[in-house]
Design a binder for this molecule. Structure first.
Ligand code: ZN
Ligand code: ZN
Length: 258
């Protein structure tokens, strides 16, 4: 490239500042900015969730001043802990999509497209990359990404968080959860729709999210994707949640035990 052409490129960059590249700490920093500087709306698209304290505090602070926050995650990837934490963010709307893999965080003026999930460990340990877009200077890319986020949001399913106003209700539920987990400690199972690890209970072969989707139609023969017992890809359904091999081996075990 000649010097003249190079200068021209530099000049054109000045005239139209382009998207900036973000390293791991810069992604975290800009994520908080996006949440805290929002005028009206925040959209957080992240398949995996483990909410860190700074992200939670930023979400809560913005929600308390009336910012509408929408969080879209991958079906089955919000654990009870994240659910509990997020129920403290007022009016947070949560949505789940089964095949979500994109990560994108935006308000009405700025957007990060990144490899980083809203995942506590990843924000510190993993090597991530990101791109920061500005609505005005990166108008075309911003608009296109916004449309993609909109289509993700429209394809996803709303998953309301339980908000516990009464503490005693919460305590009872916690006790019940501890009791259940003690009872079922021996074996892990898998959600037959999304393969998330859950308790092994052939009567309840879905994770929380997939169960709420399944329960709309309650079709016990609706074809699912995974074996509840071994998690391998298998044509299962609510009525027969295990693959042939698991079903047969469990049958053998039952015979021996009897
Ligand atoms: Zn599931
Ligand atoms: Zn199996």
């Amino acid at each position: 490239m000649s010097i003249v052409a190079f200068n021209w490129v530099l000049k054109s960059y000045k005239k139209h500042p382009m998207a900036s590249f973000l390293t791991t700490p810069e992604i975290s920093e800009n994520l908080l900015k996006i949440i805290l500087d929002a005028k009206k709306n925040v959209v957080l698209v992240s398949p995996y969730l483990k909410i860190s304290m700074p992200v939670f505090k930023a979400m809560k602070k913005s929600a308390d001043r009336g910012i509408k926050i929408r969080l879209i995650y991958k079906v089955g990837k919000m654990d009870a802990n994240a659910r509990q934490i997020l129920s403290n963010v007022s009016q947070l709307e949560t949505y789940a999509l089964i095949n979500l893999h994109s990560k994108c965080y935006l308000n009405e003026r700025a957007m990060i497209i990144t490899s980083m999930n809203l995942y506590e460990k990843m924000q510190t340990a993993s090597k991530e990359m990101g791109i920061l877009l500005d609505r005005e200077t990166d108008a075309i890319a911003f608009k296109k990404a916004l449309e993609e986020c909109k289509s993700i949001w429209q394809a996803s399913k709303i998953m309301p968080l339980e908000r516990n106003n009464s503490k005693s209700n919460f305590d009872n539920k916690m006790q019940l959860a501890v009791f259940n987990s003690n009872l079922l400690k021996e074996k892990t199972g898998y959600c037959i729709r999304c393969n998330t690890s859950i308790n092994y209970e052939p009567e309840k072969p879905f994770c929380y999210d997939c169960y709420s989707i399944w329960s709309e139609f309650r079709n016990p023969y609706y074809e699912e994707n995974f074996c509840h017992s071994c998690g391998s890809i298998s044509n299962t359904d609510k009525s027969k949640p295990e693959c042939y091999a698991c079903f047969e081996s469990l049958k053998q075990n039952r015979k021996i035990n009897n």
